[in-house]
Ligand binder design. Structure first.
Ligand SMILES: Cc1cc2nc3c(=O)[nH]c(=O)nc-3n(C[C@H](O)[C@H](O)[C@H](O)COP(=O)(O)OP(=O)(O)OC[C@H]3O[C@@H](n4cnc5c(N)ncnc54)[C@H](O)[C@@H]3O)c2cc1C
Ligand SMILES: *[C@@H]1O[C@H](CO)[C@@H](O)[C@H](O)[C@H]1NC(C)=O
Ligand SMILES: *[C@@H]1O[C@H](CO)[C@@H](O)[C@H](O)[C@H]1NC(C)=O
Ligand SMILES: *[C@@H]1O[C@H](CO)[C@@H](O)[C@H](O)[C@H]1NC(C)=O
Ligand SMILES: *[C@@H]1O[C@H](CO)[C@@H](O)[C@H](O)[C@H]1NC(C)=O
Ligand SMILES: *[C@@H]1O[C@H](CO)[C@@H](O)[C@H](O)[C@H]1NC(C)=O
Ligand SMILES: *[C@@H]1O[C@H](CO)[C@@H](O)[C@H](O)[C@H]1NC(C)=O
Ligand SMILES: *[C@@H]1O[C@H](CO)[C@@H](O)[C@H](O)[C@H]1NC(C)=O
Ligand SMILES: *[C@@H]1O[C@H](CO)[C@@H](O)[C@H](O)[C@H]1NC(C)=O
Ligand SMILES: *[C@@H]1O[C@H](CO)[C@@H](O)[C@H](O)[C@H]1NC(C)=O
Ligand SMILES: *[C@@H]1O[C@H](CO)[C@@H](O)[C@H](O)[C@H]1NC(C)=O
Length: 580
């Protein structure tokens, strides 16, 4: 796919002052890059676009130049500032807004609104909006050839590539200053086959084939209409067929049915070398292994993936909540009770989320009476604190999701960072382990109430060696997190402190789980020893697969397999901290 850039040059030159175009950080002159961009744009059918921050219509200055605000567009953004649907729709928006900014330069150069009050004029009056860590250009990808053309362009110009789907990444891996981004969110098809056969295999599955941008909530609605269950995330707008499953992908049903990476059957992908390959158990199986937990865009750009379905299931749902205070003992006692109950709950098939003094759990294995008895101690505790407890049966996963998840899912639009750890089942199994864990939690309560996802494949009958996420997932019962946050006008020093304090507080949990790891998609931005935490004994094999399919390191991302490290120019917006 070598092309010449000469032919398009002459005619368009007159129209464009190339000095005002965003830079792409490569060695070529702006004029050369610009002319190659024009060719690329023609190759991808005009779907190459210059990126701008989502909030730009609110500002009267952009990159040091006066611009005219668009009041109507700004009002729509303000009204929807915490809507994940709106953020997913716009290339220049991210769920965690710091990944649209160049954090190392903060407070300068950001282009954010005040999330507590998006109409607060202080955030956009007399403030110079900047492109931050948003890629300079993106291709709205519709065909495999779009990705191949971008790879040819990257090799010819030295312009680096990045991959963005719906922008939920907690570690900035779908951002990338000066890069050309492949935006896959509009590859969002969904189709069903009762007898799907991975190419070259002779097995058959009831399966769903999706584009990376297929929305989790849309998938739940689709499979409900065909009387099936899809094992997906606890959020409406995650793209189920991209970074979600490549990094692992937990669900409240994962304790029984496995992680998304356990359940994927086949992946169609453009590799960093530009080859369009089909990976499954029967061909390119090394690449398939890497795509089952290897994480991010390190192994190529996924165009389509196929996932096993389950029949419709009846679920027991437990929702228990009370007012908890970290200044009194009731919160520490509550976590102590949960720690005491967790091993039994794990063997019974419960999954769910704990958000301080509240839990929402689901169970596909128990009857309503069994579920009620199983949750009795927790329900009594909450009621004694003046709280409420419900254990009810739901006819389908969609019924559960619709009633409970949109009001309980993690919020977006706030700048937050996570520190997380997979908490080993062995700790819950002994009195000594439970006491240690309860004490560690009690000690962290003055900083934050841990958010716990009960979503490890604890009962799942997995095939050893098939997946590449850390095997610690199979031996854990909790994925526990604490978080830090900051605001639109925070300075880099303050933001750095938040990252550090989160790292320090989660360290106590690393210390009591020395053989465990963490979740690639929801890890500490500055995870120490990240290869061990995310992949454990699978890392050596992953690295050899990376070297085979991406020998020139075309696709690099923060703390991904084969990462070039924080000093690579791709990461110039990350605040340098000692841990990384
Ligand atoms: C509010 C919220 C709730 C969440 N809930 C859950 C949950 O319940 N369960 C869970 O497991 N995780 C959850 N996550 C984490 C989420 O699964 C990951 O962040 C996931 O990668 C997001 O996918 P995305 O497509 O929106 O992200 P993006 O930020 O667009 O991309 C994430 C990463 O995947 C790469 N990528 C995306 N698409 C492709 C592709 N087609 N080919 C190659 N690489 C690709 C990107 O380059 C990037 O490295 C949640 C995140 C948020 C913000
Ligand atoms: C912003 O301005 C600088 C200096 O004029 C220029 O180098 C850069 O490419 C511009 N960036 C964008 C996104 O327009
Ligand atoms: C690419 O071409 C389309 C259609 O001609 C045009 O609208 C768009 O602005 C071009 N993109 C760039 C970055 O010039
Ligand atoms: C917010 O977004 C929704 C679509 O998600 C849109 O219908 C609505 O008009 C937006 N609100 C405003 C005030 O523009
Ligand atoms: C954001 O708005 C809230 C509510 O109006 C206000 O209390 C807060 O001070 C503002 N934050 C900043 C950083 O200006
Ligand atoms: C839906 O699936 C369930 C579980 O397999 C089955 O019992 C039920 O009969 C199905 N309903 C319809 C309408 O097909
Ligand atoms: C703890 O804080 C809550 C709300 O902040 C307050 O109502 C309560 O009185 C405090 N309790 C104690 C024991 O200090
Ligand atoms: C948890 O169990 C231990 C004994 O194993 C007990 O001492 C402790 O009180 C229990 N905690 C709660 C909150 O029930
Ligand atoms: C459990 O069942 C008992 C008896 O039917 C009922 O009183 C109680 O409310 C139920 N508990 C929950 C949490 O639903
Ligand atoms: C687990 O899987 C293995 C291999 O596929 C199978 O032999 C075994 O019966 C399964 N066990 C259960 C409990 O499903
Ligand atoms: C990383 O983890 C491995 C395995 O636990 C350990 O052997 C190694 O010493 C750790 N490295 C660092 C730098 O902590």
């Amino acid at each position: 796919m070598v092309y010449s850039s000469r032919s398009l040059l002459g005619c368009a030159l007159l129209l464009v002052n190339v000095n005002v175009l965003p830079s792409l950080g490569a060695g070529l002159s702006r004029l050369e890059v610009w002319s190659q961009l024009a060719v690329l744009n023609a190759t991808v059918g005009g779907r190459l676009h210059e990126a701008v921050p989502w909030e730009l219509p609110c500002f009267s200055e952009y990159n040091g130049t006066s611009v005219t605000p668009d009041e109507a567009a700004c009002a729509a953004i303000q009204a929807n500032y915490t809507s994940p649907f709106e953020r997913a729709k716009h290339f220049g928006a991210y769920m965690m807004p710091q990944w649209a900014t160049c954090q190392v330069n903060r407070p300068a150069g950001e282009c954010l609104l005040n999330v507590t009050n998006p109409e607060d004029p202080a955030a956009y009056t007399g403030v110079d909006c900047g492109i931050g860590d948003i890629p300079s250009y993106y291709i709205d990808v519709r065909y495999t050839t779009d990705v191949q053309a971008a790879i040819v362009f990257s090799k010819a110009t030295g312009v680096r590539l990045s991959v963005k789907n719906k922008g939920h990444d907690y570690k900035g891996r779908s951002s990338g200053k000066n890069t050309l981004s492949l935006w896959v969110a509009n590859l969002n098809s969904i189709s069903h086959s009762e007898s799907f056969t991975p190419l070259g295999c002779n097995t058959q599955y009831d399966a769903l084939t999706i584009g990376p941008g297929a929305n989790t909530e849309d998938i739940f609605e689709y499979v409900d209409r065909i009387n099936r269950t899809f094992i997906g995330g606890y959020h409406q707008t995650i793209g189920a067929g991209g970074g979600y499953f490549i990094g692992g992908g937990h669900s409240v049903l994962s304790p029984v049915y496995g992680l998304a990476a356990d359940r994927v059957l086949q992946v169609k992908i453009v590799t960093p070398e530009g080859l369009y390959l089909i990976a499954n158990e029967c061909q390119n199986s090394d690449l398939f292994f890497a795509l089952r937990g290897g994480g991010g865009s390190a192994f190529g750009v996924v165009i389509e993936s196929t996932h096993r379905l389950e029949p419709r299931v009846t679920l027991q749902v437990a929702s228990i909540t009370f007012e908890g205070y970290s200044n009194s003992s009731n919160l520490a006692e509550w976590y102590g009770l949960l720690v005491n109950e967790t091993y039994r709950w794990g063997t019974e098939g419960w999954g769910g989320h704990i958000t301080g003094p509240a839990l929402i759990y689901v169970n596909p294995l128990l009857s309503n009476a069994e579920a009620n008895a199983s949750m009795q101690a927790a329900a009594e505790f909450a009621i004694a604190q003046g709280g409420t407890a419900v254990v009810e049966e739901m006819p389908s996963y969609l019924a559960f999701f619709t009633k409970y998840v949109p009001t309980a899912e993690a919020g977006v639009g706030t700048e937050i960072t996570l520190g997380t750890r997979l908490i080993s089942a062995s700790l819950f199994a002994t009195e000594e382990g439970r006491a240690t864990l309860s004490e560690t939690i009690a000690n962290v309560l003055s900083f934050a109430s841990p958010y716990v996802v009960v979503g490890t494949p604890f009962l799942y009958n997995y095939t050893a060696g098939a997946t590449s996420f850390t095997p610690a997932w199979y031996d854990s019962l909790w994925h526990l997190s604490v978080h830090g946050d900051w605001v639109w006008n925070s300075a880099a020093e303050y933001i750095a402190d938040q990252y550090e304090v989160v790292t320090q507080h989660i360290q106590a949990f690393r210390d009591i789980t020395p053989d465990s790891g963490a979740y690639f998609n929801e890890g500490d931005v500055y995870e120490p020893n990240h290869t061990d935490a995310y992949w454990g004994s699978n890392y050596a094999k992953l690295l050899s697969v990376k070297q085979k399919y991406d020998p020139d390191g075309i696709l690099d991302c923060w703390q991904c397999v084969g990462w070039k490290g924080p000093s690579d120019p791709l990461y110039e917006c990350y605040i340098p901290l000692s841990q990384s």
